[in-house]
Write a protein that binds this ligand. Structure first.
Ligand code: GDD
Ligand code: MN
Length: 386
């Protein structure tokens, strides 16, 4: 007989946690016909082998050992593709997700006919447990963005612990981006219908064995996912990240200028008539913003292709040159737009026209800089440095 519930357990280096997790889940779901699908990405610690041994004790456990492909979301999708139940539950295999709420989660489907049910750390009765301040901060910010930008009606859209009806999975699966960690967000953000959703609070447990796979790349791909779900129809999400960094650069530029002025940086003579007297404070602001833009783009926008160690200086020099080209592009674009096009308009004040031309020239330089940076500065093939 087909199981009614399929628990999908993605694993990567969880050989110590998996036997305990599988045992707890089996007990918790003893009243339901269920299967447990372990999807392992050929873990170096042989989690898949541990899983295969578990099958003697837990016959309803299946093992998928993926030799090609990696990543949490895609592992979950692989598991769902093989699942036979009517309800799929996705859960971490590292004991951080409390299995005691499983029966309640299942009841929400069979008794209250929900489409999706998630374990939440952010509703009354739930908690993130012991987390570092940085992780609390990132998680809260991510939550805020997900809810603000996507208008999701849930308290914990980043939860890795959720149940979903097979039919919702089938309707949505082709729209899902398999890269990254944020599979629930994908289902919530891309499902076409209004889903009936329920949330069940639980306390996120501290890891006992092994370590988290959550890193910068995961965090970045999460931001990309939000931008892609919200704006992907119109504009490349990487370009949006790049623009965010650019916007922060404007602030850094201003702050740098103010600091330099307060430190009484002098004006100097360069001998080039149209530059003199030359303000070192302006130069300082520009350089500081180029520096911060480089680092933010390197560790965020283009994280997978980032420069590190000895290569950092080289990368910075290329980025710096591209920024210089950007200045030239902006100056010439301004010149062209203002003198060849705008100036002929009568009845509009000079300041308005110049301001409009400046905005357009900034946008032109942004696009050309983005083109140069993504094809030149960060052009290397992404290496798998996760
Ligand atoms: N097959 C496979 N492939 N499994 C993976 C991979 C992968 O590339 N990366 C991680 N996993 C498994 C882990 O073995 C674990 O069972 C589960 O996915 C979650 O990974 P963790 O590394 O433990 O993530 P976390 O605890 O830091 O993150 C949790 O909280 C996030 C939000 O705060 C997870 O629940 C995430 O799903 C959630 O988004
Ligand atoms: Mn975990």
């Amino acid at each position: 007989m087909r199981p009614s519930v399929s628990v999908i357990l993605p694993t990567y280096n969880e050989s110590k946690n998996l036997p305990i997790a599988a045992d707890r889940i089996t007990r918790s779901l003893s009243d339901y016909r269920h299967e447990i699908i372990v999807v392992d990405d050929d873990s170096p610690d042989h989690t898949w082998e541990v899983a295969e041994h578990l099958q003697e004790k837990i016959p309803q456990l299946k093992v998928i050992r993926r030799l090609t492909g990696k990543g949490l979301s895609s592992a979950v999708l692989t598991g769902m593709g093989a699942a036979e139940g009517e309800v799929f539950v996705v859960m971490d295999s590292d004991l951080q997700h409390d299995e005691k709420i499983l029966p309640e989660m299942i009841r929400s489907f069979y008794e209250r006919d929900v489409d999706l049910c998630l374990g939440t750390r952010y509703a009354k009765g739930g908690s993130t447990g012991k987390w570092s301040l940085a992780r609390i901060g990132i998680s809260r910010f991510a939550n805020f963005l997900a809810k603000g930008l996507l208008g999701l009606p849930v308290s914990d859209p980043m939860s890795g612990y959720f149940g979903i009806k097979r039919s919702v999975y089938s309707d949505t699966k082709n729209a899902i981006n398999p890269r990254g960690f944020k599979i629930l967000l994908e289902f919530l953000g891309r499902s076409k219908e209004n889903l009936k959703i329920e949330e069940i609070p639980y306390t996120f447990q501290t890891r006992m064995y092994g370590e988290t796979k959550l890193n910068n790349s995961v965090i970045k791909s999460f931001f990309l996912a939000i931008l892609d779900i919200r704006f992907g129809k119109w504009i490349s999400p990487t370009f949006l990240l790049y623009s965010l960094v650019g916007a922060s650069g404007v602030l850094v530029n201003l702050v740098g200028f103010l600091i330099a002025e307060l430190c009484k940086f002098p004006d100097v003579q360069t001998g080039i008539s149209f530059l003199d007297p030359f303000s070192l404070s302006v130069l300082f602001g520009i350089e500081l913003s180029i520096l911060s833009n480089f680092f933010l783009n390197n560790y965020f926008t283009f994280y997978e292709r980032r420069y590190s160690g000895k290569n950092l200086t080289f990368g910075f020099l290329v980025f710096h040159s591209v920024s210089m080209v950007g200045i030239l592009v902006q100056m010439s674009a301004f010149h062209f737009i203002y003198y060849s096009i705008f100036k002929q308009w009568n009845g509009v004040s000079e300041l308005t026209l110049k301001f409009g031309a400046d905005i357009l020239s900034i946008l032109t330089a942004m696009v050309s800089n983005y083109f140069l940076n993504s094809n030149l500065t960060w052009s290397q093939k992404p290496e798998l440095k996760t």
